[in-house]
Design a binder for this molecule. Structure first.
Ligand SMILES: [Zn+2]
Ligand SMILES: [Zn+2]
Length: 512
């Protein structure tokens, strides 16, 4: 059974109504590693729905979190905002309501493309609406208990005067206020900036919980029954361990069913992390990968498997692999040893349900060649149609893929895969042997049907006939058409260029 179905079955044993929560702090570009959280959770949500459960998917944006530091992608003047809530800091591009929205907006757009439609909450608003107020009183009344739990489980020593609440200083606006005297509903605090004041805890946005208390508090506020989180939260003594106890002992709430997922690594660079810059933004990933393939990457592996994300050649392999699952789904290819739950993986990879009625007709790899030959999408379609028959839906899908490939070629593709077709015969010397070969090739090409495989065979035969190494023959062809020694697979490449164009170039070379 697929891992999402396994999780759903476990949940069903506990009841028929579920709230599945995901949360992300929008302090920087939300990356592919963060995507795992929402995609994983949404898959379990779908599996629950498929079983007739009443399920709700929520996404909490931690917009009340403070800015921790001036990240490398921020201008220096952001120094003055460190410690302030993300929702109260100006957006770097000036087009959004605030800093948090600046990073949240593109991510919400990505979720939409991926078919993920959670109910979105912003922690800043949840606090503002007073939904935390009851939990704030409970936590402060139980401050000693919470402190003892955290110290015991995490092994950390907290300061003697530690309180489970960070006050937003009325003077500097930073979440640096420390409560030193408390009698509900008022609390006296002292801020790092030197300011001292009194707050009324019933008023909105006077402060927030630190993460270790915020997490269990929100389980209760939203009735969360399932939550997936990264392994950093799951290590021994981590926020999950303390959160479970705080939920049970302080908030009197049964913790949700957890699902721990592994990090996503950026090939050759390590685990993705927003703050280190080792990351590909989710909004970039969706520009180079079809949504279903991006989902597929996460559906195929168990959440506890680490995933290597690569924007280079492996991207093509990933899409090829997805296409193979698609062919299997439509009964046009055999399952490969080791493949698990292949049909379910395919289903769960679809953003909005299975829409295709047959597999895609051309591989991404070939499309990458066609996209570099054609001047635009219409011409690309013309070239493809020389080889396969397309339907309306194929064209829609191909257009999407075409646009993503163009973006990939421009921004991420390794240079080995890139080429430019020479519109005119390039300046070059052709020796006697090569002339002999081209004459043979011309004769061979004249007599065959214009098909990739036949073209390929003809090149080999012509080279053999004149006693030329195949490698040299191919290299000559590439020099003739793209001015490089190497290039895409010759058969498909020449087929895509069209017989007329190829024959003319051979003539030009012979007449040079
Ligand atoms: Zn902005
Ligand atoms: Zn202050």
């Amino acid at each position: 059974m697929h891992w999402a179905d396994v999780a759903a079955e476990h949940l069903m044993k506990k009841g028929n109504e579920h709230v599945l929560a995901t949360a992300i702090t929008p302090s920087g570009p939300i990356h592919v590693g963060n995507l795992r959280e929402v995609i994983t959770t949404e898959a379990v949500y779908r599996a629950l729905k498929d079983r007739g459960a009443k399920a709700k998917l929520i996404f909490i944006a931690d917009t009340f979190d403070p800015l921790r530091k001036v990240y490398p992608f921020l201008p220096k003047e952001y120094e003055k905002y460190v410690g302030m809530p993300l929702a109260e800091i100006p957006c770097p591009c000036k087009q959004h309501d605030n800093y948090a929205e600046h990073f949240l907006e593109p991510f919400i757009h990505v979720m939409d493309e991926l078919g993920i439609k959670p109910k979105i909450y912003r922690a800043y608003d949840v606090y503002k609406e007073g939904r935390y107020n009851e939990a704030i009183k409970i936590a402060l009344d139980n401050a000693d208990k919470i402190k003892a739990i955290i110290e015991k489980i995490s092994g950390r020593d907290l300061p003697d005067d530690w309180m489970p609440f960070n006050v937003k200083c009325e003077k500097c606006g930073k979440l640096y206020g420390q409560i030193y005297e408390y009698e509900y509903p008022s609390a006296k605090y002292r801020c790092k900036c030197g300011h001292e004041g009194i707050i009324d805890l019933r008023k909105s946005l006077v402060g927030k919980f630190p993460w270790r208390v915020d997490w269990p508090a929100r389980w209760k506020i939203f009735n969360v029954t399932f939550e997936a989180f990264g392994k950093d939260h799951a290590a021994s003594g981590s926020s999950w361990d303390t959160g479970k106890e705080i939920a049970k002992q302080v908030f009197n709430y049964e913790p949700p069913m957890p699902l721990v997922y592994e990090f996503i690594h950026l090939k050759g660079k390590g685990a993705m992390h927003g703050s280190t810059g080792v990351a590909i933004a989710a909004s970039e990933a969706i520009k180079i990968l079809p949504a279903e393939v991006l989902r597929f990457l996460f559906m195929k592996y168990e959440p506890n498997r680490h995933i290597e994300f690569d924007t280079g050649f492996s991207l093509l392999d990933l899409i090829d692999e997805y296409d193979r699952y698609e062919r299997i789904y439509f009964g046009m290819d055999e399952k490969i040893a080791g493949m698990k739950d292949e049909k379910r993986v395919y289903e769960l990879s679809q953003p909005y349900g299975v829409k295709a009625s047959s597999p895609i007709k051309i591989s991404y790899r070939h499309l990458a060649i066609v996209a570099q030959i054609a001047k635009d999408f219409d011409e690309a379609i013309e070239i493809i149609k020389r080889k396969v028959e397309l339907k309306d839906y194929d064209e829609t899908r191909l257009k999407e893929r075409y646009e993503k490939i163009i973006y990939w070629l421009k921004n991420y593709a390794p240079k080995e895969i890139k080429f430019e077709v020479k519109k005119e015969m390039p300046e070059m010397e052709i020796n006697e042997k090569e002339r002999e070969f081209l004459n043979e090739l011309k004769a061979g090409f004249e007599s065959i049907e214009w098909d990739a495989e036949k073209i390929h065979t003809t090149i080999h035969e012509a080279a053999k006939k004149v006693g030329m190494q195949a490698k040299k023959a191919f290299s000559l062809i590439y020099r003739l058409f793209i001015g490089k020694d190497r290039g895409p697979r010759a058969g498909y490449f020449l087929q895509s260029l069209g017989k007329k164009f190829v024959m003319k170039r051979i003539d030009d070379a012979l007449n040079a």
